[in-house]
Design a protein around this ligand. Structure first.
Ligand SMILES: *Cc1c(COP(=O)(O)O)cnc(C)c1O
Length: 412
């Protein structure tokens, strides 16, 4: 059977694996999304909201010191870290907020692991006057006290999920149960380009604001298209966002970087596409490549960055990997810390540990490119949130004890 023409499929990946009871809600969402997509007023409203609320267009910064340091390609950094709430996630949630208003719903729910998507969703709900419930695994609630604090201050109800392993996948199940019970009033805010149709396509469309801007900016600044564009890949939304601006420019090579964790061979990683440990499966409502054992059981993943520590990956990226439009690589925790340190010292920019994965691969390849080449790295978010992890990793004697002690106070 040829899946290519079936709705919500990208090659053999994607689809809509949902309980029958949610069918009418998904149909409503698909109608709202289709209408928004064919209505230029929606995109105008979205763009001006993001300008006034989230500093868009975010700058494209020429990293002169790093370019000279490596002596090869000229390095440009797309500054999604300068968004409101500190990362690209806000693009997606504000766009979905506009759709919620169009659908006339009054409540949003979401699940969050590290808490970043929860904070972004609670921010959107406050801005739009929506009721908001955030599901979090009980263990994650303990690990992410500052984010839980802000979600509650923003007016959200945070539900600590004590089922199963008390982490993200249990929170996803709880959120779906809520949606099934309250679908007339409630929209489920998917955080990345995964899940059942129309989420992958819809979130990629909203995040494409990054790539649309970046393409214009590099033509202005460098006078030509980049040789390569680098982005880290968790679920894949910041990557699809920036790649979206260049997909039809076949001379631009697109590079996605996954979490190599403690090394691919160690088995402790989240490299679904860059390793041979990923296999076709259906999970959480969509068909894609998941890290599974030979019985099809989902494996535990590991990354130094919570945002890349995920067992599945966007069906769109799985397809772009298969068709070789995007090349996938992995960066280890150790390499990420080195790239983090170098970026901070040379440019005065603190990348999120997620984003630093993209920097690793760009730094590996920049020296072998010509000074006439430009490359873009998508800086998906700022690293302030990673203060405890980074201090711990560098064993920074002067600060370590102080910061860790503060961290324990937070986590206590
Ligand atoms: C959540 C997050 C990611 C991973 O999500 P994607 O959907 O793959 O973009 C990457 N970077 C930052 C800063 C994040 O907060």
């Amino acid at each position: 059977m040829n899946n290519q023409n079936r709705i919500g499929y990208f090659g053999k990946y994607g689809g809509m694996f949902i309980p029958e009871i949610l069918r009418s809600t998904f149909d409503q969402l698909i109608r709202a999304y289709d209408a928004a997509k064919s209505d230029p007023l929606f995109w105008n409203e979205y763009e001006s909201l993001m300008q006034s609320y989230s500093c868009r267009p975010t700058p494209l910064t020429f990293a002169e010191n790093l370019s000279d340091h490596f002596g090869g390609a000229r390095i440009y950094i797309k500054r999604e870290d300068l968004n409101h709430t500190g990362a690209h996630k806000v693009n997606n949630v504000m766009g979905q907020g506009l759709l919620v208003k169009r659908m006339g719903k009054s409540r949003v729910i979401a699940e969050t692991g590290a808490g970043q998507h929860g904070v972004a969703t609670a921010t959107m709900a406050a801005k739009f006057g929506l009721e908001c419930t955030i599901y979090m695994g009980a263990e994650d609630v303990e690990r992410q006290r500052p984010n839980v604090f802000w979600m509650e201050k923003l007016g959200a109800t945070v539900v600590s999920v004590t089922d199963g392993s008390q982490t993200l996948k249990d929170a996803i199940n709880a959120a779906f149960r809520d949606w099934t019970a309250n679908m007339d009033s409630t929209h489920y805010v998917m955080g990345t380009v995964c899940g059942p149709h129309p989420f992958p396509e819809m979130v990629a469309w909203l995040q494409s604001i990054i790539g649309k801007e970046a393409r214009k900016q590099i033509l202005d600044l460098a006078g030509k298209l980049p040789k390569r564009v680098y982005a880290c890949v968790g679920g894949g939304s910041n990557a699809m966002g920036i790649f979206g601006g260049f997909l039809e420019d076949f001379e631009v090579e697109l590079v996605g970087v996954e979490a190599g964790g403690k090394g691919i061979k160690s088995g402790h990683h989240a490299a679904r596409l860059a390793s041979s440990d990923g296999h076709l499966g259906v999970c959480q409502g969509y068909k894609s490549i998941f890290l599974q054992d030979s019985d099809g059981q989902m494996k535990d993943t590991h990354s130094i960055s919570a945002g890349l520590d995920y067992v599945g990956v966007s069906p769109i990226l799985a397809h772009l990997n298969e068709t070789k439009r995007v090349r996938f690589e992995a960066a280890t925790d150790q390499e990420v810390l080195e790239a983090e340190d170098l970026t901070i010292k040379r440019e005065g920019i603190i990348p999120a540990l997620e984003s630093a994965h993209a920097f690793v691969q760009a730094y590996k390849e920049a020296p072998d490119l010509s000074v006439k080449d430009a490359i873009i790295i998508n800086l998906s978010g700022r690293g302030d949130k990673d203060i405890f992890t980074i201090a711990d990793a560098f064993q920074d004697r002067k600060w370590r004890e102080f910061i860790i002690r503060k961290g324990e106070q937070y986590h206590a």
